[in-house]
Design a protein around this ligand. Structure first.
Ligand code: ZN
Length: 149
């Protein structure tokens, strides 16, 4: 576990919408690049025309991709933005519901097409979180500047 020395402070707060037809992940990623937003929390609600998300296969160490070709409500999207390769990287998970109320969910991937979406991002200021590929999981995880396990 990481011991955090200093708490983060809140920076800018953004509320915006993403329009029909846009790629959800790319649109949020673009917004973060455009506003130089390098650390923060993301939530969103709305609906999508189709979805692509993944579930990480921990043994094979790769994402199993799931595509759902129907309209879905975004019941919940939560994620964060931090640095990977010196660029803001959005990491988000979402839960989706279909017309029968069935739920699906996973790790948001490119290909999820927005119908309408309201996004909230809270920027955090303080020591930047930086991702690096971690050996044990093969995932881009936050590095620990304190050097503990
Ligand atoms: Zn994830």
């Amino acid at each position: 576990m990481q011991i955090q020395e200093k708490p983060y402070l809140t920076g800018r707060t953004f509320m915006f919408s993403i329009q029909k037809g846009e790629d959800l992940l790319q649109a949020v990623q673009y917004f973060c690049h455009h506003h130089q937003l390098r650390c923060g929390l993301i939530t969103a609600i709305g609906s999508v025309e189709r979805a692509t998300f993944g579930v990480y296969d921990q043994k094979a160490k790769k994402y199993v991709k799931i595509n759902i070709e129907k309209e879905l409500e975004v019941l919940s999207l939560s994620g964060n933005v931090s640095l990977f390769d010196d660029k803001p990287m959005v990491h988000a998970h979402l839960m989706l519901g279909d017309i029968e109320g069935k739920a699906y969910g996973g790790h948001l991937m490119a290909g999820t097409r927005v119908f309408s979406l309201e996004v909230f991002i809270q920027e955090l200021t303080g020591e930047l979180k930086v991702r690096k590929i971690e050996k044990a999981t093969q995932l881009p995880l936050w590095t620990n500047p304190l050097g503990s396990k």
